[in-house]
Design a protein around this ligand. Sequence first.
Ligand code: F6P
Length: 478
Amino acid sequence: MVFQPPFPPYDPTDKSGFSYETVAKRWPVILTSIVNQIHRENHDLHLRPLIGDSESAHSEEESFRVDAKITEGKAIIEKVGKLKYEMARDHVMEPIPMDGEPHVDFYNSELENLAKASKDTWFKAPWLYAECYLYRLLRSYFVQTTHWKDYDPFHAQKLDVFAKSGASIYGIAKIMHELESEKGALESDPSKLKVFFQEMIQMCLWGNATDLSLLTHMSLVDIEKLQSVGKEMQAARKEFIMRDDQDKVVFQYVCDDHPLDQRSSSIPPFTSPKLIPWFVSDVTPPDFNETIACLLRPTSLFTTSSSSSSLLPSPEQQQHLRKLAERLRQYVSEGVFAMSVPGGTGLGGGLTTTAPTTATATTSNMVMTTTAATTHSLAEFWTAPVPYWDIETYDRELWEFLRGSDLVVFKGDLNYRKLTGDIKWPSWTSFEEALGPLAGSFPLLSLRTNKADVAVGLDKEVLAQIEEKDANWRVNGK
Ligand SMILES: O=P(O)(O)OC[C@H]1O[C@](O)(CO)[C@@H](O)[C@@H]1O
């Protein structure tokens, strides 16, 4: 039996809500960017033989392959175009095709339930369901092809914004360097750990303000402003934090080479990537590996507003970043920090041939170094179309695993929407109540900059003040 909340979910039938704006304006922009992206790819494929690219020194076989890829690319463009047309006209959402990847039945049976309530169209379906469905449907367009199976239509965009994030990444590397030198003091005075922890939490929180699906036209300066880190910036932003539970959080300290010795669980800290391109900016397993690779050779990637005025990172900055990247690489290869899937996992969950050997968290309460593990039991649920309050019902194995954790950090707006079910809770509803049956299952921390209407756990006084100050507080990511 799944949880039935006492209020309805957000959906675009309310034209003043953010979900209406999303379906009417934001999704069409995202779909158009996919079409443009594939057009660009196809254009490059056409040009390759003409410009005599040596990689494509084309045999007959290669030119067949390229032609077939271009044809498939055109078919995807057509499907995305049709989807955009149907979305704008509030058509019925079609069942997800049987494409061999997870959750087809899950999505389709939810869709059947919505159809019974006449809510299976783009402007009537609950926003949370419709948005998950959108990204799962897009995935099906790619996975059903031969040549685009591993293609992430948001990859170029993610890489572009990552490349423009140099200033904040060098900033974080500097802070990490400074903290490293304060390690002795931190160890001898555990009360200082709190300050350290808060610094880390805030870096994590404000990083979430950069959202590729929300801020479709960000300038480099805007990006840098949003990502700024450091004590002063954090202090200045304190006034924007509406619900701050940092003091209540039981935390673990990760700073030296053996950071886990105080933990009660034997599982390393790990991150759960999404197995399919998801909500534009979510990290997939290939993104995770590429991020570390990019950090190891940063100068080829990062631009900053300072570098555009030809001020390149100083040798000191480069050294800080090199150290940070090396440490990260080492942690991942030694299993100090892991992904929830094997290191060589590709889109959709299959293993790539060039699988790097890395540790992965497993459900058997141990760390396993593997290139061959095929279980994705810790990853699949995160792209399902349902709130988290029913994790135990839908994915008992994951739920058991999470229950063994010291702390589960849910980062980002979508996770918050899934934790609270994207329900029209009065904003003074307690967070615990909004979690439904998930409350108390395991210690959890939700880090979110507001990008959707749902908000709970707020003091009525704070609410009145913020309503007066900024009418857009629920969705503007600040
Ligand atoms: O990356 P995040 O913070 O999870 O945000 C996901 C995005 O998806 C939405 O939840 C829906 O579009 C936005 O409100 C938000 O911008």
